[in-house]
Design a protein. Structure first.
Length: 466
């Protein structure tokens, strides 16, 4: 039970916004930029340290450049795969681990007298692991992989608790605005942190460090940023919360998965709502994958230097804020569903354009980056808003839990497709275009869902424009 009807204070809402500001650099910097750029060369260094002289030569292409995509194989648990595929597989593993943690995090938060403490615990776990990636260097890619997975446990667990505070700080008519503001604040925080790290990376000589150490410092500062801004966020969030009791003889862990199963069973009464959720899970997997592998695609396939890639990601970060605003304005005129469909078409066009970008053609690459930014935030933002219209009254928290767990539970497929196609074909160009299938399937599925009927079936009044 929560106190959604209780009016929140300005301080509590700013605390909620600040946690989005706090955790965003882990996604925008550690995951999207520096992790993607560092994993392949560090894994390749490990491969070269453990293979014969002939194999070492095989890691180089005809131009004498390190070729992590084709021949630099690494070994883990008896499995052999190219160093260039390590990042995609790691993203998949980290996501699967989160799926096991998220129901537990939600159950603990619902049954705790102090949700703020639970949020802080997950946040500081993730921040500590993210900061410890400072030691991710040389050829120790396994250390970086373990720390990244632990950081994702903290990240995913904290987000579940963070999202649950939304019903404590805003009524049904206020939550869209509060959520949108938090999302925007997060993009600004992630963009600012990445800008400062870009200065350090590009001007590393002025700071007396080399590029490798600059990247390590960027890992460290992302973790410290996360931890530092979590303090004011947690302190400002509301204390009020009535915990859900756990039945005698049942552990919190068991209760979490039981609650998730019960919600899924109850949701069968609203098949159209589930149909839209399934459509969302398909195309959001493609979106998340494009974001997390774009830097690796630019580096390993298009041969751009890290400086160009970081600037490009920074462009995406700030253009995404503009894109979200534009999506909102368009949705007011033609409706959320039509805007989402148009956005998915643009995603297909953007990926097709990425396939044809030529190596080291910066303007072409930046054009694709602007395209990604324009559709990045708005697609998911409108999907969340439209889904909220299809939730039966009083079931917001249950369906939101299903929404988050479903998103995490399916978002390993895209990285797996990207890594698998790259390994099978020896081309990340083919791997990036293979992601089109997620957007085409999502487009067809969303188009088939009668959203107005889904909203009415859930007992809600549909907006005038859909």
């Amino acid at each position: 039970m929560t106190l959604a009807g209780t009016r929140s204070t300005r301080r509590e809402r700013w605390g909620w916004y600040f946690y989005d500001w706090a955790n965003s650099p882990f996604y925008s910097s550690t995951t999207t930029v520096f992790g993607a750029l560092s994993m392949s060369p560090i894994a390749a260094a490990d491969a070269r340290a453990n293979i014969t002289l002939n194999g070492d030569r095989a890691c180089l292409n005809a131009a004498g450049e390190t070729d992590t995509l084709h021949n630099c194989d690494v070994t883990l648990l008896g499995l052999h795969f190219p160093a260039g595929s390590v990042w995609g597989y790691l993203l998949s593993v980290a996501t699967v681990v989160q799926v096991l943690v998220l129901p537990i995090a939600g159950a603990v938060a619902d049954r705790s007298h102090n949700k703020r403490r639970i949020l802080g615990g997950f946040a500081f776990l993730g921040a500590a692991a993210a900061a410890a990636m400072f030691f991710f260097s040389g050829s120790a890619w396994q250390l970086g992989a373990v720390l990244f997975i632990v950081a994702n446990i903290g990240y995913g667990g904290s987000l579940v608790v963070y999202y649950s505070f939304l019903v404590d700080i805003g009524g049904p008519d206020e939550r869209d605005g509060i959520s949108a503001k938090g999302w925007a604040f997060g993009y600004l925080g992630g963009g600012l942190a990445l800008t400062l790290q870009l200065v350090l990376y590009l001007k590393h000589d002025l700071f007396g460090v080399d590029k490798d150490l600059a990247v390590q410092i960027c890992f460290l500062t992302s973790g410290l940023w996360w931890a530092a801004f979590t303090f004011p966020a947690v302190r400002a969030l509301p204390r009020r919360h009535v915990p859900v009791d756990v039945a005698p003889g049942r552990s919190v862990l068991r209760a979490g998965f039981t609650e998730l199963r019960q919600t899924l069973v109850a949701a069968k009464a609203y098949p159209l709502t589930l149909a839209f959720l399934g459509s969302y899970l398909v195309f959001t997997d493609g979106i998340n994958t494009v974001v997390t592998v774009s830097a690796q695609y630019g580096k390993d396939e298009l041969r751009f230097g890290n400086e160009v890639l970081i600037v490009t990601i920074l462009v995406i970060q700030f253009v995404a804020y503009l894109g979200g605003t534009v999506h909102g304005l368009v949705a007011r005129r033609i409706g959320a569903k039509r805007t989402i469909l148009g956005s998915l078409v643009l995603w297909i066009v953007v990926l097709a354009g990425a396939y044809f970008v030529q190596p080291r053609q910066m303007l072409q690459f930046l054009a694709v980056a602007v395209g990604i930014g324009l559709v990045l935030g708005g697609t998911n933002a409108l999907s969340r808003s439209l889904f909220s219209q299809m939730i039966p009254a009083g079931k917001d928290a249950q369906y939101y839990s299903l929404y988050v767990v479903g998103e995490r539970g399916t978002s390993w497929l895209g990285p797996l497709v990207f890594a698998g196609v790259g390994q099978a074909t020896g081309s990340f160009r083919l791997a990036i275009v293979a992601l089109v299938i997620f957007f085409v399937a999502g487009l067809v599925l969303v188009w088939l869902v009668p959203v107005r009927r889904a909203i009415v079936a859930a007992g809600n009044r549909p907006p005038e424009v859909l």
